[in-house]
Design a protein around this ligand. Sequence first.
Ligand code: FES
Ligand code: FES
Length: 170
Amino acid sequence: MSETTTTDGAERRTISLSLNGSPLQVDVYPWITALDLLREQLDLIGTKKGCDHGQCGACTVLLDGRRVNACLTLAVMLDGHQLTTIEGLADGDELHPMQRAFVKNDAFQCGYCTPGQICSAVGLAGEGRIKDASDIRERMSGNLCRCGAYSNILAAIEEALPETAKAVRS
Ligand code: FES
Ligand code: FES
């Protein structure tokens, strides 16, 4: 990470990361969150801003494969890491198994929480500690759905978890 002074006189940091599989170098203010970097600077608006203080999970992304709230993560903390957002889950035109399961199970209504739910569920698969549906409910409790689509979200995650977990391990 290096420092740059910009035309507005403020000091920015140059960070390097892998974003959805592609290398990226970008200048960021030290106080900018990963969420604002994605949405405001990089125009990646799939990651949603709900509460903006760690309570709703709408902004969930994967940092080195682990789920984090982008609104609680400073952009400078991404330096040297791998960041995956909802835009990076599909393989070309082929949806990620978790995305397919959400579509198949009609696991949304307005869709605002959906990118965060899906990223969180993919991160959950990597954690490998799920024994049953109540485990899924508990470990997904940081992702709120104002539309109350919880039963279909649970069905989608139950369906895609084994395939996702296998992909994470391989
Ligand atoms: S927007 Fe980050 S947790 Fe709500
Ligand atoms: S589908 Fe509307 S908030 Fe979850």
